[in-house]
Design a protein around this ligand. Structure first.
Ligand code: UDP
Ligand code: MG
Length: 313
């Protein structure tokens, strides 16, 4: 008998949890029909500061299935990354999967994933969504983001890879070794290495409820990703500084020589002001980049926990 932990973050998901539970339980029955080994699910739902009745739904589900269902309820919304963290910290399974509760990560895929991890060939099986009906602006932003992050960072992150994946114990232990507070899970998965097999599947709409990410939040998320996994912005700031200083010296020489040769009529005031404004802009920009990293260091040195648990069962 082997246990498969399922880490499932829930933020205002009262409508989807029971559908998810029923579907996944059915998938496990099918899984056990298809394999000699018996697999038991260990559901770990994380209530990430929901403001609807998610917690009540989880309490009830847990009371009905005390053997297989567990939940961790945060004291407030800490974000999906923190929810993953809590899940990893509490997962006891021989294999661990992370997945969304809205069935956009089809539980049926586990039927293919489990034998692959079981065979020992791969420590991790991930998932790539082929056609996700997305609004074109989001799609464009997303593809530009992946191009950018892959140029800027040492680890490769594939586009359209969902967080949905099944991992061996070995892989999970590696993930647990990373103690950082600022967690960009996709990057962490890429960072731990191990060969990962990606299964493709067609994207589906949410089973119910609404997505809780706004475009602004996605932008924030991308920024985190860049700063957590790359120091290229810092290098860019330095290079930009060097180039601009060099150009200013040339400009200065030009001005001085011109003044000596032709005398100084008070002209060029406008250009001076524009140069000053331009340089101040660049300086502020670079300060902003540096500040972002210092902010990260600041948070990291505080050694704050990634989440606070209010209730756990
Ligand atoms: N989620 C979470 N905390 C948040 C936002 C989302 O735990 O602050 C969960 C949500 O309940 C869902 C998963 O993360 O299970 C993915 O969210 P969603 O379906 O809204 O995102 P999308 O599928 O559109 O990327
Ligand atoms: Mg979703």
């Amino acid at each position: 008998m082997k246990t498969i932990s399922l880490i499932v973050p829930c933020h205002n998901e009262e409508q989807t949890i029971n559908i998810y539970y029923d579907t996944t339980t059915a998938v496990f029955e099918q899984l056990n029909e298809q394999n000699v080994e018996t697999y038991v699910p260990e559901f770990i739902f994380i209530n990430d500061g929901s403001t609807d009745t998610t917690l009540d739904v989880l309490r009830k589900l847990q009371a009905d299935h005390p053997e297989t269902v567990h939940y961790i309820s945060f004291s407030r919304n800490f974000g999906k990354e923190a929810a993953f963290s809590a899940g990893f910290d509490n997962a006891s399974g021989d294999m661990v999967a992370v997945m969304d509760v809205d069935l956009q990560d089809p539980p049926e895929l586990l039927l293919q994933m489990v034998p692959i991890v079981e065979s020992g060939e791969y420590e991790c099986v991930g998932s790539v969504q082929t056609t996700r009906k997305q609004n074109p602006i989001r799609a464009f932003l997303s593809s530009s983001f992946y191009k950018l992050i892959n140029k800027m960072s040492d680890v490769e992150m594939k586009q359209n890879v969902r967080d949905y994946r099944l991992m061996s114990r070995k892989y999970v232990d590696a993930v647990l070794e990373l103690p950082e507070y600022n967690r960009f899970t996709k990057g962490i998965f890429a960072w731990v290495g191990f060969e990962t097999k990606y299964l493709e599947y067609e994207g589906v709409e949410r089973s119910a409820g609404t997505s809780s990410w706004s475009i602004f939040e996605l932008f924030e998320y991308s920024l985190e990703a860049v700063v957590d996994f790359s120091d290229v912005p810092l290098k860019m700031a330095t290079i930009m500084g060097v180039i601009i200083s060099f150009l200013s010296i040339i400009g200065l020489l030009f001005v001085v020589i011109r003044a000596l040769a032709f005398g100084d009529a008070v002209s060029g005031w406008a250009s001076t002001v524009s140069i000053i404004l331009f340089l101040s802009g660049i300086q502020l920009f670079c300060l902003g980049i540096v500040g972002k990293y210092i902010g990260k260091i600041y948070l990291e040195t505080k050694h704050r926990p990634a989440y606070v648990v209010e209730e756990k069962r």
